[in-house]
Unconditional design. Structure first.
Lengths: 347, 276
């Protein structure tokens, strides 16, 4: 079901946490609300679920405006960061609770619970209690409970934050698989760009109660709307250099990147260079010194102090032979770097 | 292990020496009820069940039967416990979870009342009961006792409610359950340890209550065991310390039994409510 937020506003006291937010989530799409903590993404999610009162705007499930509909009558499924399983109930009772509340027959509940347990692959665990389950299993139970009532929208609030690294990767693809199999419209709230990029069709990047950019993961990575978006996506993250564009693109430290091209005459600006776009043989050369090196196994990450001032990161396949303290002269893929005005807008 | 034992025995000896007077007194408490001894002697010189005669009939003609008193005390303690628990259970939920006007004031008042020497209100309470026509009735005493116990009960239960994660209720509500259903099916089971402990504590508190029945329901005859016990030594016609000790044991046995049976549940009240 298509979900539309139209001018959604939420205040706590006099502070508008979210102010006039517009977002359309297509039927069957999974979208990420990505942003740092306190940006209003969870507030938005809870308002969609009906747990927060809406202070302005509309929330449309299909054609139905649910902004003033109680949480009970909204038909959303929600998975919380701490799973919020009911500790005194078995797994089967947990999953069946939404159906029990709707007074469905025991037989019907049992059938649906089994089908849902099979979908999230916890058939063996139906008689256990939540404390007897691992984090990943609890996560699956929470997902099953959210989906068993066939909700219009599935809401996921930082669902992977409490899992260890390995399990997080598994559950990432598991949640995505279940979402695709059920074809449900889903919203994932997360502060982790990797989660957002790997699980979702589109990402809505938020900053202090506003959406800064909405696009597909690759598009957002390759074509950020502003400095904030560019710095939020990418790991290791992008590095910025102060520069001035006259005829030539000249770094604040004095080195030149060649003709400024379309940016000619723009004056003082900032260049964003992703680590994969700085390295041996990429383009116009900069001299510098390796001041930090991290081994990541398949790749090595370097930090280069650019002669004259500024730092860049570079990621190279392992075995490049470069060591800490080496003087290097590496190229910048100038056609792949971003330019930002000093107030952060993309130019 | 060996060294730990050898190091702890002086401590045990010191504690034993300190506790000895108490232990001896408890021993005599029991021994005296089934023996006779010459005046001034501490060595028993005969065995008797005479001191337990109160079990088979009033000790003074026309006096109350112990079983009636025990029944009264049981009713008093049970009704008190049920009322305190029922009110605490709902009031504490409201204070813990609901946005309502005057909530802060209410919470503050609760803390003050919790620490307040409520007995100093006895004159006012007396006047109110008199005015309501509840003076010298069991109902009146129960109401006052419940009122005095409530700050403690509400405070304890609020602690248990506070430890239930908000997300449990949020999940319940999005699962389609009403706030009341969420409370009944999801929250109540999680505060059940507190509920059990509060029930037992307020029962014990009611069982041992002495001042309130004494002052507010004096009648011409004692109505509960505590006041009856006091009347035995106060009455110089039957000043009989062995009888007093026997009745004391009769009075204390249910308390001991409850502690033994429910000790695990009682410990919960200090845990402040553990999850799951």
């Amino acid at each position: 079901m298509q979900l539309v937020l139209d001018g959604f506003t939420k205040r706590f006291g006099d502070t508008a946490v979210v102010d006039g937010l517009d977002l359309t989530v297509a039927d069957g799409e999974m979208i990420a609300l990505l942003g740092p903590s306190g940006c209003g993404k969870s507030t938005t999610l809870f308002a969609i679920a009906g747990l927060h009162r809406v202070d302005g705007g509309r929330i449309l499930f299909g054609d139905r405006d649910v902004a003033n509909v109680s949480a009970q009558a909204r038909n959303v499924g929600i998975v919380f960061q701490n799973y919020a399983l009911y500790p005194h109930m078995t797994v089967a009772q947990n999953i069946g609770f939404p159906l029990r509340v709707r007074r469905e027959s025991t037989k019907e509940i049992d059938r649906k619970v089994r089908a849902m347990a099979a979908l999230v692959r916890i058939d063996e665990l139906l008689d256990r209690r939540p404390v007897q389950l691992s984090g990943g299993q609890q996560q699956r139970v929470a997902l099953a409970r959210a989906l068993v009532r066939e909700p219009d929208v599935l809401l996921l609030d930082e669902p992977l934050a409490n899992l260890d690294a390995k399990l997080r990767m598994d559950m990432r693809s598991e949640i995505r698989r279940v979402q695709l199999e059920t074809g449900i419209t889903a919203i994932l709230v997360t502060h982790d760009q990797v989660e957002a990029m790997s699980m979702c069709d589109r990402i809505a990047l938020m900053k202090s109660g506003r959406i800064v950019q909405v696009s597909g993961p690759a598009a957002m990575y390759d074509d950020p709307a502003d400095r904030y978006v560019a710095s939020f996506l990418g790991n290791p993250s992008i590095a910025f250099l102060n520069a001035a564009a006259g005829e030539e693109m000249r770094l604040a430290g004095g080195q030149s990147l060649g003709p400024a091209g379309r940016l000619a005459g723009k004056g003082a600006l900032e260049l964003g260079v992703r680590p994969e776009h700085f390295g041996p043989g990429k383009g116009p050369k900069l001299t510098g010194k390796v001041v930090m090196m991290e081994t990541h196994g398949r790749e090595d990450l370097f930090e280069i102090e650019i002669a004259g001032g500024g730092q860049l990161r570079s990621i190279l396949p392992a075995g490049s032979g470069t060591r800490l303290g080496d003087a290097v002269e590496w190229g910048v893929a100038v056609d792949r770097i971003f330019a930002f005005s000093l107030d952060g807008a993309r130019i | 292990m060996q060294t730990r034992h050898s190091r702890s025995w002086p401590m045990i000896a010191a504690l034993a020496a300190l506790s000895a007077p108490l232990v001896i007194m408890y021993v005599y408490q029991v021994v005296d009820t089934v023996t006779t001894s010459a005046p001034g002697s501490i060595i028993p010189n005969g065995i008797t069940l005479q001191h337990w005669r109160f079990l088979f009939g009033p000790i003074t003609t026309g006096g109350p039967s112990i079983w009636t008193l025990a029944g009264n005390t049981l009713v008093f303690a049970s009704v008190t416990a049920l009322l305190v628990t029922a009110v605490s259970l709902t009031a504490a939920y409201a204070l813990s979870r609901l946005q309502m006007p005057g909530r802060g004031l209410f919470l503050g008042g609760l803390i003050v009342l919790h620490a307040f020497p409520t007995l100093t209100l006895i004159v006012a309470v007396f006047l109110i009961l008199q005015y309501m026509g509840l003076y010298d009735t069991m109902t009146g005493v129960i109401l006052v006792k419940v009122a005095f116990e409530l700050p403690f009960g509400i405070w304890i239960m609020k602690g248990f409610y506070d430890s239930v994660p908000w997300e449990i209720e949020m999940a319940g509500v999005t699962d389609g359950a009403s706030r009341f259903t969420v409370w009944r099916l999801l929250v109540l089971p999680l505060v059940q340890p507190g509920l059990a402990a509060l029930l037992i504590f307020s029962f014990l508190s009611g069982w041992s209550e002495f001042i309130l029945p004494l002052v507010l329901a004096p009648a011409n005859a004692p109505q509960v065991l505590a006041t009856y016990l006091a009347s035995i030594i106060a009455d110089d016609r039957v000043a009989d310390y062995s009888l007093f000790k026997a009745v004391s044991i009769f009075y204390a046995l249910p308390v001991l039994a409850i502690y033994v049976i429910f000790q695990n549940k009682l410990m919960n009240i200090y845990g402040g409510g553990t999850k799951g």
